[in-house]
Design a protein around this ligand. Structure first.
Ligand code: 3HC
Length: 697
């Protein structure tokens, strides 16, 4: 039974028992409703306590049921019934108390939280708003300003802070929750119930709503849910309680059927699916990773080291020279000191993390590491050499990983005696901040090594996605396709600022040319020069980036790239010199420049990206389209509220994408190879999830 009813000393205990997270699905709500009625009808019961079995009180409404439409009783019905009950109902909270579960607690007549409980209303992160009275009851309990902070940011509040906000009545030590909740229930039974609906809301500061609206224009660009939630709170102040509840419900139902919520729910589940690899990793032993080694103390190596230190793991980083080691350690120290100065970490955390990172100029320092990540120069011969050395110095069970962003991991693994322990761990820069890690799976790697790496990545608070070996893996391979269209559009009539603006308006954090200027143009220039000898002569190639590099424009670091920059500023300024260069190249190549619309920019850039994603699925380099979406949301600034490129494409229309791809193929030949999968799905009117069964990549 998803809700059990026990009686103890005249108090009815209603326990939510719906593993793994006590989501409030239809059966739970129905059982809770009938158990509640039974307890209210039982004359021997004087008060009721609602609690959760397992690790969490409850993760709120069952998100999987949102597509099924409304079911009865609805959460608002249930919360209304609880609030109006003639006997006191107390919520005993522990672990996660999220969304509808917190709303349930708000409707109770008292709340006790165990130490370690985390309370939140994360609905806006799912493209909805609290739909069971949260926007109406929370301001009555904690005030308008604090309520808006929780509702608009989806922020988790620990038990102590919840008590300070008066969101809960008591915080109690672990192991005492039930006794203390029963105690509160008995006291409430003597004193009578206090209903949240009867509390009055203190008037907020007069400029509060205007201030928040201005903030949302910047932080919630293109989003609907935060603005709608703000409106609900505004109405909660203006309307009678029951009318405000109805208005909230209407707003919730509108959002739940909208594209934003569909996209955000898709990402929520895709993130969790990405951790599963079916038969491949099922039942495998996860190796203990207690000590980590990193080879190369450049920016990437330092970032990776900090990512592990942030998770409490000791790291030793080697570099070829003592100078390199000292420089790397200085970078780590400076970065942590800066975080401390900005209040992101405490002084003690700062010292602890700095102490976890050690430097060495000799490979022998890696002999005890359980996982070693190579982060040296992106050159196959150098990497192979590093792996030969690692094979000599590391212990037999050590996992050896390369942080290459594009090179053939199978060839790197060949350098070792036991390639089953070699794989790629592709971190994204800055590695201590970026959430994504592509876990690259060469043919020879063992399942237990893959599981162990997924596990350690999770311990670091990052999202690991398993991908197969190919040039650029998933993320960069799609990036090349997208980026190439941006370059071609320049030749045909667009300018960098126009393309960047269109892409930003689509929702990407930055346009492709801004990204280039931040990353630096010189590294990809070096790679292109290396590839020049093997590039087919009849293949279209845009020389504009090369020309910029030839005149020393390497991006922000040289004060000029696709844009120019004032000294000390990172604000891009459109540069007539670049415009002249772009136009000169168009003329040289024989293009008659034409007007390019924003729709064409979006269609071509993202069309090429999605087509490449479909090729990646065809080739089983990624197992699921959701994995690709997770990679783009976490690694490349793809707007989460659009669900990732593959999800977005399904809403945009795969037939429309296929038509754009066909046109690009007709004009650009093999540079845009239409995906058979994409064409097939477009013809059949299906989505990516329906076209193929997940394949281990
Ligand atoms: N509904 C349905 N399934 C849920 C769920 C929910 N609210 N929350 C978690 N799950 C599922 C996950 O999909 C996963 O399923 P799987 O095993 O099949 O992959 C399983 O529960 C375990 O979840 P996690 O892997 O995330 O487990 P963790 O222990 O890492 O985290 C958690 C647990 C902190 C509860 C995390 O799952 C979480 O944050 N859940 C979402 C909470 C949330 O957003 N709640 C708001 C719901 S909307 C709402 O309440 C609307 C209301 O206002 C009307």
């Amino acid at each position: 039974m998803p809700v059990t009813l026990d009686k103890r000393e005249g108090v009815a205990l209603l326990t939510l028992d719906n593993p793994p997270v006590n989501a409030l699905g239809a059966q739970v709500k129905s059982a809770l409703g009938s158990r509640l009625e039974a307890a209210l009808a039982d004359a021997s019961v004087t008060a009721i306590v609602i609690l959760g079995a397992g690790r969490h009180f409850s993760a709120g409404a069952d998100i999987r049921e949102f597509d099924a439409g409304t079911n009865t009783p609805s959460l608002p019905d249930l919360t209304g019934r609880i609030e109006k009950a003639g006997k006191p109902v107390i919520a005993a909270l522990h672990g996660t108390v999220a969304g509808g579960a917190l709303e349930l607690a708000l409707a109770c007549h008292g709340r006790v939280a165990e130490e370690g409980a985390q309370l939140s209303l994360p609905e806006v992160t799912l493209g909805i708003l609290p739909g069971a009275g949260g926007t109406v009851r929370l301001p009555r309990l904690v005030g308008v300003e604090a309520a808006l902070d929780l509702i608009l940011n989806g922020r988790k509040v620990a038990a102590d802070e919840a008590a300070a906000l008066r969101l809960v009545d008591e915080v109690v030590p672990r192991g005492t929750l039930l006794a203390r909740a029963m105690n509160l229930a008995e006291r409430a039974a003597r004193k009578g119930v206090r209903r949240t609906r009867d509390l009055t809301v203190a008037a907020p500061p007069p400029d509060l709503f205007a201030r928040i609206e201005a903030d949302l224009r910047k932080t919630a660009r293109g989003r609907k849910a935060p603005q709608a939630a703000l409106e609900c709170v505004r109405r909660a102040l203006a309307l009678p309680f029951d009318e405000a509840l109805l208005a909230e419900r209407d707003a919730f139902l509108t959002l739940v059927g909208g594209e934003e919520s569909r996209a955000l729910r898709h990402v929520f589940f895709a993130e969790r699916e990405a951790q599963k690899f079916g038969e491949l990793t099922k039942g495998t032993t996860v190796r203990a990773i207690r000590r980590v080694g990193v080879v190369g103390f450049g920016t990437m190596g330092a970032g990776i080291a900090m990512a592990f230190a942030n998770a409490g793991l000791p790291v030793v980083v080697t570099d070829a020279t003592q100078e390199g080691v000292d420089g790397g350690l200085a970078k780590v120290r400076a970065s942590y000191e800066e975080s401390r100065a900005k209040g992101r970490i405490t002084g003690a955390e700062c010292a602890e993390r700095i102490a976890l990172v050690r430097g060495a100029s000799d490979y022998s320092a890696l002999s005890e590491s359980d996982l070693v990540i190579e982060a040296v120069f992106e050159e196959m011969d150098i990497k192979r050499q590093v792996f030969r050395r690692l094979d000599e110095v590391c212990h037999d069970r050590a996992i050896l990983a390369t942080n290459t962003s594009s090179l053939d991991v199978d060839r790197i693994a060949e350098e070792t005696k036991d390639p089953s322990r070699v794989l790629g761990l592709h971190f994204f820069s800055p590695a201590n901040i970026m959430k994504l890690v592509e876990v690259v799976r060469p043919a020879t790697v063992s399942a237990s090594v893959l599981s162990s790496c997924l596990d350690v990545v999770k311990r670091m608070g990052k999202t690991g996605v398993i991908v197969g070996v190919c040039d650029g893996f998933v993320g960069n391979r799609m990036l090349y396709a997208y980026r190439r269209q941006a370059d071609f559009l320049l030749e045909e009539g667009a300018l960098p600022a126009q393309i960047d603006r269109a892409i930003r308006e689509f929702g990407m954090a930055m346009g492709p040319f801004q990204v280039s200027d931040v990353a630096g143009l010189d590294i990809s220039w070096r790679i292109r020069k290396r590839q020049a000898a093997t590039r087919p002569k009849d293949q279209r190639y845009s020389p504009i980036a090369d020309r910029l590099c030839e005149i020393g424009r390497f991006g922000q670091k040289t004060g000029a790239g696709w844009y120019r920059y004032e000294k000390g500023s990172r604000a891009p300024i459109a540069d007539p010199e670049v415009e002249a260069l772009v136009k000169a190249v168009s003329a040289e190549l024989g293009f008659t420049r034409r007007e390019i619309t924003d729709d064409e920019i979006v269609g071509r850039c993202f069309g090429a990206m999605v087509n490449e994603g479909a090729l990646i699925l065809e080739e089983s380099v990624a197992a699921r389209s959701g994995d690709i979406d997770v990679i783009w949301v976490h690694g490349y600034g793809f707007p989460r509220h659009r669900g990732g490129p593959m999800h977005w494409a399904e809403g945009f229309g795969l037939a429309r994408i296929a038509a754009v791809v066909d046109r690009m193929h007709a004009e650009q030949g093999s540079l845009v190879r239409p995906s058979v999968l994409l064409q097939q799905l477009a013809r059949d009117g299906k989505g990516f999830g329906e076209g193929l069964s997940p394949q281990p990549c």
